[in-house]
Structure formats: C-alpha cells, structure tokens
Design a protein around this ligand. Structure first.
Ligand code: GLN
Ligand code: ZN
Length: 758
C-alpha cells in the first residue's frame, strides 16, 4: 500500500485565530492561558482537518506561535544570554527572542531574522557560541504528540534537523572567538540532546518522526557525509523503534543523495515539484537499499491544483523500481507557504477557483493520489481533476496574444539606456543640480491608523472613491510639506495609496487574481496575501502617475516616482506554473516600462524601482545563479531603459545575507549590469561585512554621531564617489511619525555636515 503524508500545515487558523490571539496577547488584551487555549484548539482543528481529508501521515510539532526554528532553539536551549537573563515568563522570553521586547527599562533586541531558503517565510537564526549549553529546555514536540494522541490521532512529529539548524545559525555575541567560530562545530554536543528527545518521543508512543534537513539542497562547502552518518547513527541507537523520515525540500539533492541513501533511516523525502529532474538519480540511489522514498508531488509552494495524471505517472515510475510499499506520496514541503483553504473564498469566479488548491485541498490531493496508487477506486476524483486541468489549459491557450506579441518583438536596444552613465549623470545634473550628499528617502512614510482606516472604509464602500482620493491627496500634501520643512533634497509622495508594495501593482495590472483569505505567513504574526498571476500581464492604465504628479505640483523640489520592480512583484506573488518565470517577469517589465515613461512625461525627475526580491529569488545552488540573474537583471533593465538620459533611475535592494557577504562579488557583475543611475542598498540594519563599519539597530533613532561614522566609512571605502546619496532604510511605513521626524532631522544634519567636511 502507498501511504500519503503531509509535511506541515499553516499555523494561522482558517479565520486567523492564531494571529489574532497572539497579537491580542502582545497588546495585553488576553492572558497567556487564553492564548494557549486558542493554540490548543487550533492544533486540534489542524489534525482533525488533515484526518478528514484522508491523509495517512499527519504532522505534529510543526504548529508554532511564532516560528518553528525559534521553537527548536527554545526546546534545545539555544537562548542567547541576554534573553536567558531576562526576568520574564518563558512565553515572553520566547516572544522576545523573535520580536524583541521594550518594556520599561528592559530593552531586548530581537534576534536576526532570515529568509527560509528561497521562500518568503522568515525564520529566527539560532545564535550559538562555545558557551551554549544544549539541553531539553522544554518538551514541546512530545507534548504536542501526546495532545494529538489524546485526540485519537497518532502523528509523525516534525523536527528541524540538527545539521540544518546549526548551518542556518550564526555566531552569537557571547562568543569570544567570533571570527573563527563555526556553529557546526557544536554538532557533537547537540546530537545527544536530540537523541534524548527522540527517545522521549519513542517512549510517548511515537513510531515515526520527520527530521527536516533542507540544507541538503544547498551548496555547502564542507563534505557533510560523515557528520550525517554519525548523527543519524546516534539517532538510530537512541530510539531504535522510531522510524526516521529525512525530509529535503526546495531543490535537488545532487551528489548528496549518495551518502543520504546510506543513512540508517526509514525513508527519504525529496521535492519533485521544484526538482522533478532528480527522480531517476534518487530512485537509483535508494533502490539497492531498504529505504522508502517519499515523493513530494503536491506543491507546498504554489496554489495550483495538482495534475493527477502527471503525478501518478511519476509515482508509477518510482513504484516500478521500488514497489508500492516503499513509496509514499507527500506534499513537496510543509504547506505553511500556502493559504489554509479555498472554502472561505467567496469572490473568486467558479472557473478561477477550479484552478486552485490551498493547504486543505492539497492534503486531500495527496490522499487521493495514494489511494489511486494503492488500487482504491477514486475514479470520480481523477475524472474531476482531469476536467479542471483541461479547463485551465484551455484558458491558458486563449490568454493575451497582444502581450505575447509585444514581448516577442522586444529588441536588444530596449534593454539599454540611450547613453552611458557619464552622459546621463551630466544631463541629470543639468536638470537639477542637487547638492553634494543629496538627501532622499526610500519612498514610504508612516502608514498611520488613519490611512489604514480610510483604506478599509473605502474597500467596504463606506468611503467613496472621491473621498478616499481626497484623503490620499491630503496625506501626500502633508508628506511633501514635511519633507520641505525637514529640508530633504529629492522628495517622494510617501506611498499612502499602497496596501502593499507588490499587491498594489498586481491589483491594477491585468493578469492577476486576488483572494480574500489567502494569508501566507511572512514571519511571526505577519501574514501577506500574495496576488496570483493567472494569465499574460499588461497595464490597462497608469498606476502611480497621478499621485506622483500631484506631489510634484506641490513643490519646486524634484520628485522621485516610486515603483516596485518586476522581479519583486513576481517573487511576492504566486506565479503561473504553465509559463517560465522569465516570461512572466518580462511581461511585468514591459508593463512597468510604460509606467516609467509616463512618469517621465508627467515631469517626474527621478524614478526609483525597488527590487528587494532580486536577491531573495536567488536559486539555492550557485550554478543556477547566472541563469536567474540574467533574466532578473534584464527585466529590471527592460522596465527602466525607456527614458531619456535626463531622467534618473534609482534602484533599491534590501541588503541582507548573502548579498552583503563574500558572495556579493559573485553577483556584483550583475548589479553593475543593472546600469541604474543611483543604487541604494541598506547599510544600517544588516551586519554588512562589505563595509566593516556598521552595526544593527532596532527601531530607534540613530544619532548624528553614529550616522557620521557610517558616512565616513562609506567615504573611505568609496573615495572617488562623487554622488553619494544620504538616505534612511526602506520601510518608513512601519515607523511612527515622531521617530521618522527625529531620524530624518539627524540625517539632514549629517548631510549638511558632510558638505562642509568634504
Ligand atoms: N519604497 C519602499 C519603502 O520605502 C521600499 C520597500 C522595500 O524595498 N522593502 O518602504
Ligand atoms: Zn528595502
């Protein structure tokens, strides 16, 4: 018999119960007990839902109030001393590690957050040092296993693997030999604690465990075969009755499959959604062993309905070699990257709805596939699926010919500006002779309660479009006056009209659809509702021109238009599965190109195109970087190269690892190829080793002295740079006006100082 398995499930709750309760707890509106009660109900609901879909292997322990990596840190006592020492409850300590804690004279800075592989989920990095004392600080995995068991469901507990946990971690501030310390050197100390936990799970009645080692699909310089062997041998010794599924996802194992297939485990899970090409090599590697193979066929990363015929063909290939009992059908990864259920979507057209599967529907898909492979009669489900897949194909065929034709006709010179940089900057200096060290911001100003309220009233129809637009104009007016008063040089309109930097554009472009409840976790209690690209993309009308030109009409100072780049819009959406990302991205680029040109026509001097996701979208394996960066950078160029020399193109990236570390050199050539007039990368928040002089700071106002030091370091690193803009980080929309005002006043003071100094 072929079994079905789900690797993990969303944590938010079908009606956002968990998010609401967590935030209510933070706001002091409910007690810890009330929060735990909601969490417990939600865990039960998840298990019952998966059972009702017919899933054989149901996960536990993957539920979390903040982040599953943070949970692992907490369980294994990977708690930096600043939190360990804090005189707060366990729950508050846990939240403080994730989001910081500023109460009274306690000022705990949050731990660093990083993207979970190439997804849009962010995890909390473990901070380890030679003084980290691993021990079982709690028994969350065991407790939740028992909780499910009491509800009549024997689950497969999920753990982040020890090697992945350390590889994704960082050296803690407590470490005296920070420069030479390797987190992975602690593996020998960590493994016994994992072993102890596995033993406890076995004693509690667990028969299986899922250990996630997704770092097996990344490039890791060291050969980790030996470490894997000794780690998993230790686990087998500690809990001989516990069947281990080693889960990999988001990419291909490549050569690692050779040693992985020899590990003393029960099953290996591979992602055949993202890396279908690895099927043959993986099957060949496990065939001579007794390993079971878990086929990740139902995507944990997209929202498209699974094509049963295609999945069954793949599964049958594996079954031919391994037999039915050695094959498991599973989700490709945890379903945490997908919304909970389609059931709460009322506004999608029936024909659109029929294209999609969210987490709950995906669970039903794995169950159906496994039943089909085991010989059960699921012909009605297979037939219905065939119809849906065909309907989607028919729709794709009739997509937008004009868009495809336009893309087909794009010529090489459309990717390049009219003149090289020196001629452009000279032309730009003529239009606006900005002072040296010109000051500007990255675009957004605080999204106040009033703005959110007006937007939501407008959405509900309680505020007419006319009233809403007048409200936005008033916000813009306020932002412009504010910037003049602070004495900034290059102004922005402040982005009050944007609900989100990607969604706002998706909503105005043709080719997207939106959900009402399609929330996907970004980090902690932060969820986004990604737009879904369903067909060819085009721009029916200008999107931002009226706001930027209104702002320009209020001031004599130059205005910077603000757009989200094609790569970022695509990366923060659910892309189509039937067309390569490159094509979708270039269609977006053409739509944005028209917008950039329209901004120029409206008299806007500079246009900033934000591409924080260029680095986020970097493939996990370096051999794939060039191909990706080629079309990503080309898309940016296609979007921006339509303007005259006198129009200044700014680009913005949020720099975080790996961009700012050694591999920066690897992509540096591509960044240069962007050929923007001004590039801004964040240099205050991340540990930017590129220019050794920066430190991380929380939501507080950096002092003039601090900023002077940073600027001096920049000047020293880039002595011949004539045009050095001075600006704050992006995301002022998440700050308050008081804080923004103080920070920008300091910033302008520093620029004025620099004009004297240099
Ligand atoms: N223009 C956006 C802002 O200032 C950019 C956000 C980003 O790059 N993440 O908030
Ligand atoms: Zn940014």
């Amino acid at each position: 018999m072929t079994r079905s398995a789900v690797l993990g499930y969303p944590r938010i709750g079908a009606k956002r119960e968990v998010k609401k309760a967590t935030e209510a707890y933070w706001a002091g509106k409910i007690s810890a007990d009330e929060l735990q009660k909601v969490a417990k109900e939600q865990r039960a609901e998840r298990w019952q839902t998966l059972k009702a879909q017919g899933v054989d292997v149901i996960p536990s322990g993957d539920f979390t109030l903040y982040d599953h990596v943070l949970d692992a840190n907490y369980t294994f006592n990977i708690i930096p001393s600043r939190f360990a020492k804090a005189n707060v409850s366990d729950l508050d300590r846990y939240f403080a590690m994730g989001r910081g804690r500023q109460v009274g004279d306690v000022d705990l800075e949050a731990q660093e957050m990083q993207k979970w592989f190439d997804s849009n989920y962010h995890y909390i990095k473990s901070e380890v040092s030679s003084s980290t004392e691993f021990k079982l600080n709690n028994l969350k995995p065991v407790d939740e296993f028992l909780e499910a068991k009491a509800a009549g469901i024997v689950t497969r507990p999920v753990l982040v693997g020890p090697i992945t946990l350390l590889l994704l971690g960082k050296v803690g501030r407590d470490e005296p030999n920070a420069s030479s310390f390797e987190p992975l050197s602690l593996l020998d100390k960590l493994v016994p604690v994992y072993s102890e936990l596995l033993k406890k799970l076995e004693e509690a009645g667990a028969t299986e465990v899922q250990i996630d080692e997704p770092s097996l699909v990344m490039d890791v310089t060291a050969n980790l075969g030996q470490q894997y062997q000794s780690t998993y041998e230790a686990f087998a010794r500690a809990a001989p009755g516990l069947k281990v599924t080693l889960a990999t996802y988001f990419g291909r194992l490549d050569k690692n499959v050779e040693f992985v297939a020899k590990l003393p485990i029960d099953s290996l899970h591979v992602d055949l959604d993202r890396a279908p090409e690895q099927l043959d090599s993986v099957v060949a590697a496990v065939k001579p062993t007794s390993l079971k193979l878990s086929l990740g066929l139902v995507s944990g990363r997209n929202i498209w309905k699974n094509d049963f015929a295609a999945s069954l063909a793949i599964a049958n290939k594996a079954i031919e070699q391994l037999g039915k009992d050695r094959v498991v059908v599973a989700t490709s990864s945890s379903l945490l990257h997908t919304p909970v259920t389609l059931a709460n979507e009322t506004r999608l057209k029936p024909e659109e709805r029929d294209w999609f599967s969210f987490a709950t529907e995906k669970a039903a898909e794995v169950a159906t596939l496994a039943k089909a492979l085991s010989g059960e009669d699921v012909s009605a489900a297979l037939e219905a699926n065939k119809k849906s897949i065909q309907a989607r194909r028919d729709f794709e065929k009739n997509s937008d010919d004009a868009v495809r034709e336009r893309l087909g006709k794009v010529s090489q010179d459309m990717y390049n500006r009219k003149s090289p940089f020196p001629a452009r900057i000279a032309a730009q200096d003529k239009v606006y002779n900005l002072p040296t060290f010109p000051t500007t911001t990255i675009g957004s100003f605080p999204q106040t309660k009033e703005i959110r309220l007006a937007r939501s009233k407008h959405t509900k129809g309680e505020l007419s479009t006319e009233e809403y637009e007048r409200f936005l104009e008033n916000e813009i007016k306020h932002a412009v006056e504010f910037q003049e008063q602070i004495d900034l040089d290059l102004l922005v309109h402040g982005e009050p009209e944007r609900n989100d930097m990607s969604q706002y554009f998706g909503e105005q472009l043709k080719g997207f659809v939106f959900t009402e409840n399609g929330w996907v976790q970004s980090y902690g209690s932060r969820y986004v509702r990604p737009p879904i690209v369903v067909s060819d993309v085009s721009r029916p009308h200008p999107m931002t021109v009226r706001w930027s030109s209104y702002a320009q009409s209020l001031t004599k100072r130059p205005m910077k238009g603000m757009l989200t780049g094609p790569v970022t819009i695509l990366n923060w959406s659910f892309p189509r599965a039937d067309v390569p990302k490159e094509v979708q991205c270039k269609q977006l680029a053409l739509a944005l190109r028209d917008e950039v040109v329209d901004l120029e026509k409206a008299g806007i001097f500079a246009v900033q195109v934000d591409e924080p996701a260029i680095r986020e979208g970097l493939p996990l394996r370096q051999v794939d970087w060039d191909a990706y960066l080629t079309w990503a950078v080309d898309s940016f160029k296609l979007a921006t190269a339509g303007v005259e020399d006198r129009t200044q193109i700014h680009s913005h990236f949020c720099a975080s690892p790996p961009l700012c570390y050694s591999d920066f050199n690897l992509i540096f050539e591509h960044i240069k190829r962007l050929d923007a007039d001004v590039i801004s990368i964040e240099a205050s928040k991340s540990d930017l080793k590129l220019l050794q002089a920066f430190h991380r700071y929380g939501p507080r106002v950096p002092s003039v002295e601090e900023m002077k030091e940073r600027l001096k370091a920049f000047k020293a690193a880039l002595p011949n740079q004539k045009h050095l803009f001075v600006n704050p980080d992006c995301g002022l929309k998440t700050r308050g006006w008081t804080e923004v005002k103080a920070a920008l006043e300091n910033l302008v003071a520093v620029a004025k100082w620099a004009r004297q100094e240099y």
